[in-house]
Design a protein around this ligand. Structure first.
Ligand SMILES: [Zn+2]
Ligand SMILES: [Zn+2]
Length: 288
């Protein structure tokens, strides 16, 4: 299966009708995934056969509003989504702040960022993703946040205060969160902000063995994205039980918990798919 990641910020006058039409197109092509439409644009990740994904891209390119999207594409064994959701949303990424992507910071291209990092230029990379995403992969020396959800970003502004007048580059998976995050930083007086164009995904396609270390988390059943051309995977994270290098997340089988936790294949049968707190077997067996 081919998997797409894409977004476009654009005024959508009749988002409700647009959502209905979009759903019909995606359904007719047998796509699965999550596509959000709002009056401010489109945000999607979906999977389908090579042929149908191609047709979908053509349909978007022929659309008066959604044309010209730069798609990020990857491969998966089978659909990494269980269903198709095409939803009308108040925002394409939830931040609930009075910032618009129209106030976003300028882009820095992956090439320019890579060159700047090679020159050891004085800049601060800020990871705008959640803590569990940064835990398994991030740019070398990046500032990461203990954020569980992007909508909490305003609470972390105080922590970023020391970088207010530094040269700042924000990054996220595919770029959509940085459109809003970089706008928020600028609104709070950050004077020198740029956002990584295309996010980690495009950077790693161009520089698979560059300054991004570990794995890239994705919000589908694959959980991590592998980049062709990357040398054997180097992990920056460990299995929560045996501490072996690991980037494999499980979703705790205890219904009210559902926490993501790192667990290698060897430890899975012993913990039974439950996190450390909810593992059924005595943890003395698991934790050395
Ligand atoms: Zn393990
Ligand atoms: Zn749990």
């Amino acid at each position: 299966m081919h998997v797409l990641l894409y977004y476009k910020y654009i005024d959508v006058p009749d988002a409700e009708q647009e959502t209905i039409r979009h759903r019909a197109v995606a359904q007719s092509l047998g796509l699965r995934g999550r596509i959000f439409i709002s009056t401010e644009g489109l945000n999607g990740t979906c999977s389908g056969t090579k042929e149908n994904i191609e047709k979908y891209k053509q349909a978007l390119n022929a659309h008066p509003l959604f044309c010209g999207i730069v798609f990020k594409e990857s491969l998966a064994d089978g659909h990494p989504f269980k269903k198709l959701f095409v939803r009308l949303r108040p925002e394409v990424v939830t931040l609930r702040q009075e910032v618009s992507a129209k106030q976003a910071a300028p882009y820095i291209s992956p090439e320019d960022l890579h060159a700047a990092l090679e020159r050891d230029e004085d800049l601060v990379l800020i990871d705008m993703r959640n803590d569990y995403e940064a835990a398994i992969g991030r740019f070398r020396n990046a500032k990461t946040l203990t954020m569980k959800n992007f909508r909490d970003l305003p609470k972390f502004l105080a922590e970023l205060e020391p970088f207010k007048h530094k040269s700042v580059v924000t990054y996220c998976t595919g770029g959509i969160r940085c459109e809003r995050a970089s706008a928020l930083l600028q609104q709070h007086g950050f004077t020198n902000v740029r956002q990584l164009e295309g996010g980690i995904v495009v950077y790693c396609e161009k520089f698979p063995d560059g300054f991004f270390e570990g794995s890239c988390f994705v919000f589908d059943d694959r959980m991590t994205l592998r980049f062709p051309g990357k040398k054997p995977q180097r992990f920056i994270s460990q299995c929560g039980f045996c501490k072996s290098p690991c980037d494999r997340y499980l979703d705790c089988a205890h219904q009210p918990c559902h926490d993501l936790f790192l667990c290698c294949e060897e430890c899975e049968p012993t913990c039974g798919g439950y996190c450390k707190i909810h593992a059924v077997k005595p943890l003395a067996v698991l934790i050395p």
